[in-house]
Design a protein around this ligand. Structure first.
Ligand SMILES: NC(=O)c1ccc[n+]([C@@H]2O[C@H](COP(=O)([O-])OP(=O)(O)OC[C@H]3O[C@@H](n4cnc5c(N)ncnc54)[C@H](O)[C@@H]3O)[C@@H](O)[C@H]2O)c1
Length: 342
């Protein structure tokens, strides 16, 4: 599917974007990356730098979106003002600038006759009311049709970040209905793996475990559950979705392995050889929705695929990468002072 295709990856220097770029290069695609490096890092695409064209640019500017979408067959659109829970809950004005980024990419991809757009959306598009602790309202597995801007009761996305993703999905469908634009929206569920930073729970837990934090701090009650999805699986899911879905519908990219946040912390401790005497829960810190997990029914039927990396396996890979990336002093500084960074 991607061999010799001209592919643009927006936000290609990010954690997820960089793994996608490497995989597309391995597939023989002709890859361009556009990124403003606000949270992405050029080092992330170092292994393929000689094979990739890099554009340093801010996609809030129409001119940049116009330039990077010229002569492209496929756009994977990941550029986004985003961070962990601590960042997205404290930067609502900046998060709303994602409307500009998505609007510019869709408009210029359309003007430049890009064949397909793979829009990287999020589980945050789902109504938060389906993800509460109240079992009478909670949906254990979130299925694609449960987030729909035109369906009464199906639209209450998770904050400004979730609404921007949800409106991005709606805009892409609008381009499909009016202009026959081909594409897909991929709703990612709590991704983790090498190159993620400590503003996300799993990497923060690894840093705390490796620095032997005790009591071991967890934001919120620890009772929230997630389906943590390994980055290599996400890359595979994104490519399959781009290849197999063209009517701009949304598809979940996530595992069906559900893990409570406290259990995730315990597994990280176990795999790093840390046995804290106590876990300390901090209700003053943001913790997100209570229960979030993907239904994988449509993913299996539309893509004939599901993620293959277990949580323990993914954690082992991530720990081994992280141990080589940071010194203990750097980890301590981040854990003590910078968990709200992007
Ligand atoms: N990490 C997750 O668990 C998760 C879950 C759901 C969705 N996503 C989505 O996946 C994508 C990648 O996220 P990530 O977690 O890998 O890292 P990220 O959030 O750091 O990626 C965003 C990338 O976009 C770039 N960027 C930001 N503003 C830009 C602008 N104005 N112009 C050009 N580039 C800009 C950043 O430098 C970065 O490389 C994002 O769209 C994110 O919303 C991530």
């Amino acid at each position: 599917m991607f061999q010799s295709k001209k592919v643009l990856v927006t936000g290609g220097c990010s954690f997820i974007g960089s793994h996608l770029v490497e995989s597309l290069v391995a597939d023989g695609a002709d890859v361009t990356v556009v990124d403003d490096l606000s949270s992405g890092e050029l080092d992330n695409i170092e292994t393929v730098s000689s094979k990739v064209r890099f554009i340093l640019g801010d996609l809030r500017e129409s001119r940049v979106a116009s330039e990077c979408t010229k002569d492209k067959d496929i756009v994977f659109h990941l550029a986004n003002i985003h961070g962990g829970r601590g960042f997205i809950e404290t930067h609502p004005g900046e998060i709303c600038q994602n409307f500009l980024i998505d609007g510019n990419i869709f408009y210029h991809a359309h003007l430049n006759k890009v064949d397909r757009i793979c829009y990287v959306s999020s589980a945050c598009a789902y109504p938060t009311t389906l993800q509460t602790a109240d079992p009478s309202r909670q949906q254990r597995y979130l299925s694609e049709e449960m987030a729909d801007p035109f369906q009464e009761g199906s639209a209450l996305a998770d904050g400004e970040y979730g609404w921007a993703k949800f409106m991005g999905e709606m805009a892409l469908k609008g381009y499909h209905r009016q202009f026959a634009q081909k594409g897909v929206s991929c709703r990612l569920f709590t991704v983790y793996g090498p190159r993620e930073n400590e503003s996300h729970a799993i990497i923060a837990f690894i840093a705390k475990a490796l620095t032997r934090q005790d009591p071991f701090e967890i934001w919120g009650s620890g009772q929230q559950d997630r389906n943590f999805t390994y980055v290599a699986d996400v890359v595979e899911g994104l490519k399959l979705a781009a290849a197999n879905i063209s009517d701009c519908r949304a598809v979940n990219i996530g595992t069906d392995e559900i893990t409570k946040v406290i259990d995730a912390a315990k597994i990280v401790c176990e795999l790093t050889g840390h046995t804290p005497d106590n876990f300390k829960f901090d209700p003053s810190k943001p913790e997100g929705v209570h229960a979030r997990a993907a239904s994988i029914k449509n993913q299996e039927s539309w893509l004939a695929w599901k993620p293959g990396v277990s949580f323990k396996e993914g954690i082992l890979q991530t720990v081994s990468w992280y141990q080589n990336k940071r010194t203990t002093d750097e980890m301590l500084d981040i854990v003590q002072n910078r968990l709200f960074d992007r």
